[in-house]
Design a protein around this ligand. Structure first.
Ligand code: ADP
Length: 152
């Protein structure tokens, strides 16, 4: 059976931390679908179209990665795309507390889907989309925090 993982998130925008988790995931899974969540109640800096385009451009050379928008329960989207794993990244114990509760809820909703956590490298563990957005809106140099080849 093919191992397909969904890497769900807001990616507003994608950071070096996300990029590293996806690349590490390629060593574990046959395919990774980066799922850009559309949440009508959440205000984002980047439109869904821009978030999708930026990630698609970064991975256009990697046929095992695809990028799709979704607006449903994460486990339902996994079923739609044939994913049997959810991939999430952990930066700290705080991330773990939050991620564990989501993983438990997803397990209740669909027992067949396993959540897999990968730790970020120490050098990326302080990077968040929030920090990148703050630097962008204040016209700072955000290049060290986003993947090489990132184009707004
Ligand atoms: P969400 O809104 O679902 O939290 P994010 O886009 O913020 O979506 O994050 C998606 C996933 O990437 C989450 O599992 C988050 O913990 C992880 N992540 C975010 N930043 C980093 C980082 N710097 N290193 C590793 N994982 C990260």
């Amino acid at each position: 059976m093919e191992r397909i993982a969904l890497f769900p998130g807001s990616f507003d925008p994608i950071t070096r931390g996300h990029h590293e988790i996806i690349n590490k995931g390629l060593g574990l899974f046959d395919k990774i679908v980066v799922g850009v969540g559309i949440n009508a109640g959440k205000k984002t800096l980047f439109s869904v179209e821009d978030r999708l385009r930026i990630i698609t451009e970064l991975f256009e050379h990697e046929p095992r990665i695809s990028v799709l928008p979704y607006q449903t329960l994460t486990v339902k989207f996994c079923k739609e795309i044939g994913a049997n794993f959810i991939l999430r990244g952990l930066r700290s114990g705080l991330d773990f507390e939050y991620e564990q509760s989501i993983a438990f809820a997803n397990k209740e909703l669909d027992e067949s889907i396993e959540t897999v956590f990968l730790l970020s490298s120490p050098s990326y563990s302080n990077i968040s989309s929030t920090i990148v957005r703050d630097i962008i809106v204040n016209n700072g140099d955000y290049s060290k925090f986003v993947p090489k080849g990132f184009k707004i």
